[in-house]
Design a binder for this molecule. Structure first.
Ligand SMILES: [Zn+2]
Length: 291
C-alpha cells in the first residue's frame, strides 16, 4: 500500500522508554489473551480492559525478571517513528487511519479522539496493566492506546508466514478498529453484555475481533487508490494465519470453536475482505449478521 509519509503533527506516538531488558526471549503462542481474560475475571477486574489482537504466538511462561526502569527519556514523534522501518510504516498507517476515520465521526456527530501509539520493547506498563511483547499488539480502551513491540512483525513473517507491508498495516488497522469500537460505545456495550451473559463471553469477543478486522478492511477499502497488487493477498494471508483454528492447530492443540476468541481463519478473512470490498463501515455489523 502506497502510504504517504506521516505528518508528526497528525499522530500521537509515545514510547522509547526502558522496557524489560533481555525479556521477551520466551516462546510465544496462542492463548495469552485467553489467560489475560480469565485472570481478569477471576480477579474481578473488568475483563474488557485489554483487547489483544492478534493473539501473540505463544504465551511466555516466565515473568520478566526485572521491572522496567522506565527511563522514558522523551523522544519526539519524529525520532520514535524513524527508529526503524517498521516504526515508520506504523506511523504512516496511523496517520492515514486518523485521516480516514476522523471525518466519518465528524459526519456522524460522534466525538473523535486520536489513539496514542505506544512503541515498546519487551515489556511496558499500559493503562490496562503490564504488557509483554509476547502478548502481541493490543489496544487498551482505558488509555486509548495501541501498544506494539515492532519485533512482532518479524514473528508474523517468520513464524506465521505473513509478510508484506499490508500484513503489517492490517495489524495496526485492526487495533485501530478497537479504538473505533471504544469511541462508538460498542466496547462498553459488549463488556456489559459479557458480564450479564458469561456463557456468551467468548462468542461476543469473537464478534468484536471480527468487527475490528472488518474496520481494518474498511480503512484500506476507502484508500483503494493506494492499494498495490498483492496487498489483499498479504492481508488475507495474515488474517488466516492468526485465526484461532490455525493457531490451535499449529500449537498442536485440538481445535475447539467454543474457546475461540478471535474467530476462525475463514471468518477473519471473510470480514477483512468484506471491509475491503465495501469500504463501508456499516457493512461491519458482526453482531447481527449471521455470517
Ligand atoms: Zn483484536
Amino acid at each position: 500500500m502506497r502510504l504517504t509519509r506521516f505528518d508528526p503533527s497528525n499522530i500521537r506516538v509515545t514510547g522509547g522508554g526502558g522496557g524489560f531488558p533481555g525479556g521477551g526471549g520466551g516462546k510465544m503462542g496462542c492463548g495469552t489473551l485467553v489467560i489475560v481474560l480469565i485472570g481478569a475475571l477471576v480477579f474481578g477486574v473488568d475483563p474488557g480492559q485489554m483487547l489483544g489482537t492478534i493473539q501473540g504466538v505463544q504465551q511466555q511462561s516466565s515473568a520478566p525478571s526485572q521491572n522496567s526502569a522506565q527511563n522514558s527519556e522523551l523522544k519526539s514523534v519524529e525520532e520514535l517513528c524513524t527508529a526503524n522501518a517498521y516504526a515508520t510504516e506504523s506511523c504512516n498507517a496511523l496517520d492515514s487511519l486518523n485521516r480516514t476515520w476522523q471525518p466519518l465521526f465528524q459526519k456522524s456527530n460522534i466525538a473523535f479522539d486520536q489513539p496514542t501509539l505506544h512503541f515498546y520493547t519487551g515489556g511496558t506498563q499500559s493503562g490496562c496493566g503490564a504488557a509483554q511483547s509476547a502478548m502481541g499488539p493490543f489496544y487498551c480502551p482505558a488509555d486509548q492506546g495501541i501498544y506494539i513491540d515492532t519485533s512482532f512483525y518479524d514473528q508474523l513473517e517468520r513464524q506465521l508466514g505473513a509478510g508484506g507491508d499490508f500484513a503489517r498495516y492490517y495489524v495496526i488497522a485492526h487495533e485501530y478498529g478497537h479504538h473505533i469500537q471504544k469511541l462508538t460505545g460498542m466496547n462498553t456495550q459488549v463488556r456489559q453484555e459479557q458480564q450479564r451473559n458469561p456463557s456468551q463471553s467468548n462468542a461476543l469477543q469473537v464478534k468484536m475481533e471480527l468487527q475490528a478486522d472488518c474496520y481494518a478492511g474498511v480503512w484500506a477499502g476507502k484508500n483503494g487508490n493506494l492499494i498495490d497488487p498483492g496487498d489483499m493477498e498479504e492481508g488475507l494471508t495474515a488474517a488466516s494465519a492468526i485465526g484461532d483454528d490455525t493457531l490451535m492447530k499449529n500449537a498442536g492443540q485440538a481445535v475447539s470453536p467454543e474457546s475461540f476468541t478471535h474467530g476462525s481463519s475463514a471468518e477473519r478473512m471473510r470480514w477483512l475482505k468484506r471491509g475491503l470490498d465495501t469500504g463501508n463501515e456499516d457493512a461491519c455489523d458482526t453482531f447481527t449478521s449471521v455470517k
